[in-house]
Design a protein around this ligand. Structure first.
Ligand code: ZN
Length: 90
């Protein structure tokens, strides 16, 4: 059975597939399926990582080029890592 979580108080409950509201917080608090919460968190993490990449892109390239790696390869590799961690290019 899926687990549902209250977005207001965080209470979780295991119930058959359906729509529920939180018994503590009332009908305005619609319980959210935990799976969807995890997907939502993943999207948040990806967008946080994206911001980090944006800020550190130049630094990463500069440091690796300083270490002697050819810039085109560094840029290519960075592009792939960014895609893997954020799902989109910088
Ligand atoms: Zn609640």
């Amino acid at each position: 059975m899926p687990i549902y979580r209250c977005p207001k108080c965080g209470r979780t409950i295991e119930l058959p597939e359906g729509k529920y509201y939180c018994k503590v917080c009332g009908p305005t608090a619609i319980m959210v399926k935990v799976d969807s919460i995890k997907e939502e968190i993943k999207k948040r993490i990806q967008s946080m990582l994206y911001k980090e990449w944006k800020e550190h892109e130049d630094y990463v390239i500069r440091e690796l080029v300083k270490e002697g790696y050819p810039e085109p390869y560094v840029r290519e590799a960075l592009k792939e890592v960014v895609m893997e961690t954020t799902g989109r290019p910088l």
